[in-house]
Structure formats: structure tokens, C-alpha cells
Design a protein around this ligand. Structure first.
Ligand SMILES: NC(=O)c1ccc[n+]([C@@H]2O[C@H](COP(=O)([O-])OP(=O)(O)OC[C@H]3O[C@@H](n4cnc5c(N)ncnc54)[C@H](OP(=O)(O)O)[C@@H]3O)[C@@H](O)[C@H]2O)c1
Length: 341
């Protein structure tokens, strides 16, 4: 089969589209013919060697897979060749931990395509337990754009952020893949949502996601803008995927007793926390990584029911994976980028 392969860590230039041995479905596994595979920032970090150093090369990235069953391994029931499927974008890779709930707290939980080959290929093998029927009725490119960010958004916004319909919620980077999904999920929960963008071209993407207030942070201070929006009180919840560069202002915009959820670090990962403000203002700081399989299904139900839309900015042939990574790196992306083999 053809696959986008990395043989070492580095820039986009280490990605090569080449012939590799087609995997076979092992016991308890299915082989999936990949129809489309979404890209996440995570893939870029993994490719750079910023997350793990123990990746065995050659390696194939890719967590968000939509496709069809190509072969069924031993001890697998219920799946037939050509069934349309979606795979879990993260799961415990140690079968001994498959019954731990929520799955994202299992010690071996990791993003699909981390230590095992992912979906940047014509075929991928997956444990049948973490493969689900695709009943969205959407094109494969749209389906593949969403599982990871939806799992993340339901966990960060609904579970950890405790977002409810009477709340004012602030989501960082509303045109980013994950931020856009968080805006949509917060809106689906009935909240009033504000978000930031870094350029005028991204405003429409954030509005379409359901944000009632879109702040271009290059034109004004976003925390001042949010305090103005809430008559000086501060927002109920901050959902942050930017990290260190905006921590102080995120917390300045959060009301006393409000909840702060972080799941990203594009703006850096080491910040200074004002402890006096933390306890006087009684902020609750929560770290969020991916989500449970139940949260994934809740997210996919929102997609199937049309309450959340797949926002696909660009689709690239898989042979152009390096260009796709370059585009994401450029910060121009609005929504998601998807590869098609
Ligand atoms: N923990 C989890 O479960 C989880 C899940 C999904 C994503 N994430 C994390 O969330 C972050 C965003 O991921 P994504 O896939 O949504 O990324 P993305 O689609 O590539 O969007 C990132 C956006 O962040 C904004 N940004 C603000 N400050 C930035 C900076 N200093 N450098 C680069 N971009 C900056 C940019 O938009 P503007 O130009 O509009 O500012 C940029 O387009 C990443 O750190 C990712 O690892 C974590």
C-alpha cells in the first residue's frame, strides 16, 4: 500500500509518500480501507519529536480515520467487508486496560497513530473494539475531520467546563480545528459563546460555529473585551487551547469561582500563575486530554443530528501530506485539514 511515512523526527520534509507492506488484521482486529484521515496539531508535534522519543521508525501518523472494513480478523464478529466505519481517535493501547472508564484516564490511553501506525495510509489495522459504524451519512472527508476534536470538545466543554445554557463561555481560537468544535459544542449546549481569531479572514468561520462575539485579538485586548461583554463580571467558563501566552489574560476574564479548562499549548506550555489571584478569586483550573469513548459517541451524535457541522477548510491528496502540514503550521487554517489516499 501507499502511506505517508516518517523515518525520523523533523520538519515536514521528513514525510515521504511511499510503498510499505499492507498490514493484516490480527486477532480481535479489523483492517480498514482508509477513505479519509483528518490532521490534528498533535500529528505535527509527533512528527517533530516534541511529544515522544520512543517512536519506532518507519512510522505512519493519523488519528482521525473514516473508511470501510477491508478484512475481519479472528474472533471478530459483527463486521462485514465494506461496512462504513469511524475509528476511535484515542484509546488505551493495553488490552488489559480496555475496561477502565473513562478510557482517557487509563495509563496506556493514547492518541491513535502514536505508537501504532495511524491512518495516513491506504489501510490501517485497529482493534475491532474501537471501531464504530459510521451512521452520519456525511462524506468521508467530513467525518474524518471531526472525531478527535469532538471527543475533546465534549470532554472539555460539557464534562470539565460544566457548560450549561445560561452561561457566558469564552473559547480561545474559534477558527482552529479544536476551538471551532468547542464553540459548536458550547452552542449546542445553549451557552452564549465568545471567541478569538487572529485575522479578519477567520471571523466568518467563528460566527458560523455559533459565536455571538468574535474578538480579533490583534485589534483589542480580548480580556478587556470579555469584561465589557459581561458588564465587568467575567465569563463563567474559559476553554483554552492556546496555553502560556494567554494564561494571565484568560484568568483575568474569568469570573470569581469560574472554571478554566486547558487542553492545548500552541502559545507555549510554561506560564506563571498568580497564586494569590487563584485562591482569592476561587478559580477552578482543569486539565483536559482527549475524552472517553462515551464522550466521543456524544460528539458523533451531535454531528449525525446536524447540531455540529464538519468544517473542512482543505482536502489534500495523501501524497501531499507535507504540504498539508505546512498549511496548518502557517496558522492560516480555518477548521480542519483532511487527507485522502
Ligand atoms: N488535549 C487534547 O485533548 C487536545 C485535543 C485537540 C487539540 N489539542 C491542542 O490544541 C491546540 C490547537 O490544536 P488544533 O488542532 O485546534 O490547532 P489548529 O487547528 O492548527 O489551530 C491553531 C490556531 O491557534 C491559534 N494560535 C494562537 N496563538 C498561536 C501561536 N502562538 N502559534 C500558533 N497558533 C496560535 C491560531 O489561530 P489564530 O491565528 O486565529 O490565532 C492557529 O490557527 C494544540 O496545542 C493541540 O495539541 C489538544
Amino acid at each position: 500500500m501507499k502511506a505517508s511515512v516518517i523515518h525520523e523526527f523533523g520538519t515536514e520534509d521528513v514525510i515521504r509518500y511511499e510503498e510499505v507492506v499492507t498490514p493484516e488484521a490480527g486477532i480481535g482486529e479489523v483492517l480498514i480501507k482508509v477513505a479519509a484521515c483528518g490532521i490534528n496539531r498533535y500529528d505535527l508535534y509527533l512528527r517533530m519529536g516534541a511529544l515522544f522519543t520512543d517512536i519506532a521508525f518507519p512510522h505512519v501518523l493519523g488519528a482521525d480515520i473514516a473508511g470501510t472494513i477491508a478484512a475481519v480478523g479472528e474472533n471478530v464478529t459483527g463486521w462485514h467487508v465494506n461496512d462504513p466505519v469511524i475509528t476511535a481517535p484515542g484509546f488505551p493501547i493495553d488490552p488489559a486496560e480496555w475496561d477502565i472508564k473513562p478510557e482517557n484516564l487509563a495509563p496506556s490511553f493514547e492518541v491513535t497513530g502514536t505508537h501504532h501506525w495511524g491512518g495516513n495510509a491506504e489501510f490501517v489495522r485497529m482493534p475491532a473494539r474501537f471501531v464504530y459504524k459510521d451512521d452520519t451519512g456525511l462524506a468521508a472527508e467530513e467525518v474524518a475531520a471531526m472525531p478527535l476534536v469532538l471527543m475533546t470538545a465534549v470532554h472539555a466543554v460539557e464534562t470539565l467546563g460544566e457548560v450549561r445554557s445560561d452561561m457566558k463561555v469564552f473559547v480561545q481560537a474559534g477558527a482552529s480545528g479544536s476551538g471551532n468544535a468547542c464553540v459548536q459544542v458550547a452552542r449546542a449546549l445553549g451557552a452564549d459563546v465568545a471567541t478569538t481569531v487572529g485575522s479578519a479572514e477567520k471571523i466568518e468561520t467563528a460566527i458560523s460555529a455559533g459565536a455571538s462575539r468574535v474578538i480579533n485579538y490583534n485589534e483589542c485586548n480580548f480580556a478587556d473585551n470579555l469584561l465589557d461583554w459581561t458588564n465587568g463580571r467575567g465569563v463563567d467558563v474559559v476553554i483554552d487551547n492556546v496555553g502560556a501566552s494567554v494564561l494571565e489574560e484568560n484568568l483575568r476574564a474569568l469570573r470569581p469561582g469560574g472554571i478554566f479548562v486547558n487542553f492545548g499549548l500552541v502559545g507555549g506550555f510554561k506560564a506563571t500563575l498568580n497564586i494569590r489571584d487563584l485562591f482569592f478569586r476561587q478559580h477552578q483550573l482543569r486539565g483536559s486530554f482527549m475524552g472517553s469513548i462515551d464522550e466521543l459517541h456524544r460528539g458523533l451524535a451531535l454531528l449525525r443530528d446536524g447540531k455540529v457541522k464538519a468544517i473542512v477548510d482543505r482536502t489534500y491528496p495523501m501524497s501531499e501530506t507535507a504540504q498539508a502540514h505546512r498549511y496548518i503550521e502557517s496558522r492560516a487554517v480555518r477548521g480542519k485539514v483532511v487527507l485522502v489516499p
